[in-house]
Ligand binder design. Structure first.
Ligand code: PMP
Length: 424
């Protein structure tokens, strides 16, 4: 039976609000890693990173409710919670990233980061990879490659080839770091030649939207060297890998082993309450504040900060980073044991893992990956796809995901793989 909400949604929200799945899921309740639809059917959420510490975590719910009942206002008044939060947050960053602009979304955080780079350098040129997404403001959309901007990419933006697991730049995994850096050096030279100069390179340190290719620690070292030599900033978009998801470190840039100039945050930061941030060094912040009179009405409001603080506390109290490490390793190991002629690679880190599918000619098996995701949904497992050709199955569950949950997912993947026919 078709859900009447589908037509109503199209009528009221217009066509550009796509839903997942052939048969969209109508979720009405969540708890931990579980979701329930309107008919009472339960789904295991193996996809959503926004409910980072679990759907409707009682501590976060209580923090939001208590603060909402007491006071909510903007940041032009004194309030402790924003300061308590930024203190706790910057302590996890462990180096000189000590000041934050609080915003409401990852897009806004990235918009601020781009402006920080431009203010600090006095240049406008920006670089991103050619297969990414950093958000939806006009400025940030120009670095997001899902749909090119009307009129094409602005002349101060250059997109460099994204790293890849199956087809590494330079022809091998060993050559990929230098090959990636050489393309960045070329882009910087072009920006300088064209008179824009070079302000910064925005990248996700896990290259999550690029399909999370397997990269060795140190992968970015040659690139960081090139960027620093040119006087530009490294802007690390931690919207996806941050807050302990990768298991072995709290931040994606720690896993790769480099120190960014600006870190941007969003999605999982307040467990579903809209909170984002751009964190940087005091001298970059001073340049930013000097160049832009930035004010964000809702950014850093007391309710948002109570939610973000509670989320950070739960990550620590419940040992969720360690859980991501052990359960992620277990899940990846089980995924690696699956056999299918089109399964080209399993990869990931912590609670962000998946598998890429290609056909016998080596072409991306996108249609097959779509059917796998639909097959999993039919079994009550929510998963997703990512990568240049969207042929990589992606699991990125809430952090309280256990071995038992991993077994449920992997048993289901096994069954769905066995019964999904390869197209002839
Ligand atoms: N950066 C990355 C890497 C993202 O994946 C996203 C959202 N998917 C964003 C930024 C934008 O975040 P938001 O939707 O909160 O604006």
């Amino acid at each position: 039976m078709t859900d009447p909400l589908i037509d109503r949604r199209a009528r009221l929200l217009g066509p550009n609000v796509p839903t997942f799945y052939d048969e969209p899921v109508h979720i009405v309740r969540g708890e931990g890693v579980w979701l329930w639809d309107a008919a009472g059917r339960r789904y295991l959420d193996a996809y959503n990173n926004v409910p980072h510490v679990g759907h409707c975590h009682p501590k976060v719910v209580e923090a939001i409710a208590a603060q909402a009942a007491r006071l909510n206002t903007h940041t032009r008044y004194l309030h402790e919670t924003i300061l308590d939060y930024v203190e706790r947050l910057t302590a996890t960053l462990g180096h000189d990233l000590s000041q934050a602009v609080m915003v409401c979304t990852g897009s806004e955080a990235n918009d601020v980061a781009l402006r920080m780079a431009q203010a600090a350098t006095g240049k406008t040129g920006l670089i991103a990879t050619d297969n990414t997404y950093h958000g939806n403001t006009a400025a940030v959309s120009a670095l997001s490659t899902r749909r090119p901007p009307i009129g094409g990419y602005p002349p101060h933006v250059r997109l460099v080839p994204a790293p890849d697991s199956l087809a590494p730049l330079g022809g091998s995994a060993e050559a990929q770091p230098e090959a990636f850096a050489a393309n960045v050096a070329r882009a910087i030279a072009e920006l300088e030649e064209a008179g824009h100069g070079f302000a910064g390179f925005m990248l996700c340190p896990f290259f999550a939207n690029e399909g999370f290719p397997t990269l060795a620690p140190g992968f970015l070292d040659p690139t960081v060297e090139v960027v620093r030599q040119a006087g530009g900033l490294i802007l690390a978009d931690e919207v996806q890998p941050g807050f302990g998801r990768l298991g072995t470190a709290f931040w994606g840039h720690e896993v790769l082993g480099f120190a960014p100039d600006v870190v941007t945050l969003g999605k999982p930061m307040a467990n579903g309450h809209p909170v984002g941030a751009a964190v940087t060094r005091p001298e970059i912040m001073a340049a930013f504040r000097g160049a832009f009179g930035y004010f964000n009405t809702f950014g850093g409001n007391p309710v948002s900060m109570a939610a973000a603080l509670a989320t950070l506390e739960v990550i620590e109290e419940e040992g969720l980073m360690e859980n991501a490490r052990t359960v992620g390793a277990y899940a990846l190991d089980r995924l690696g044991g699956l056999r299918h002629p089109w399964l080209a690679e399993v990869r990931g880190r912590g609670l962000f893992f998946g598998a890429e599918f290609v056909d016998e000619t080596g072409a991306p098996a996108t249609g097959f990956a779509i059917r796998l995701v639909e097959g999993l949904r039919a079994e009550g497992i929510l998963a997703g796809r990512i990568g240049r050709a969207m042929n990589t199955l992606k699991f990125r569950p809430p952090m309280p995901f256990s071995r038992e949950h991993a077994d449920l997912v992997l048993d289901s993947v096994d069954r769905v793989l066995a019964r999904t026919e390869v197209p002839r």
